[in-house]
Unconditional design. Structure first.
Length: 107
């Protein structure tokens, strides 16, 4: 199936591969703006595409960095909860030992 593309949906987005525009019959010859050279535009377009290709990688790196920081914060929170639990257990054991000692001294 060989259908021509439209303005909204071209066959290709590469300007070099698109068909050149044909002059309109309703316009007089020479009324259009002359073509401009795009030597500088090609270099900037190449840089822009290279930069745009690197954007998803940078986003993925930032996302992974954020996930690593989040995991580290989660590990610190777990360690803190475990330390507090052990401290409470040690305090209860200390109180039991003091009571046992007091009971032994009283008898």
């Amino acid at each position: 199936m060989n259908t021509a593309g439209t303005i909204d949906r071209p066959l290709t987005h590469d300007p070099k591969k698109q068909a050149p525009m044909k002059p309109s019959t309703s316009e007089p010859m020479g009324s259009a703006i002359p073509d401009v050279t795009t030597t500088g535009a090609n270099a900037s377009r190449q840089n822009r595409t290279r930069e745009m290709q690197l954007i998803p990688e940078a986003l993925a790196r930032a996302h992974m960095r954020e996930r690593l920081h989040e995991a580290e914060r989660e590990r610190q929170a777990v360690r803190l909860a475990v330390a507090r639990r052990m401290q409470r257990r040690a305090e209860r054991a200390s109180l039991r030992a003091r009571r046992a000692l007091a009971m032994a001294v009283m008898q």
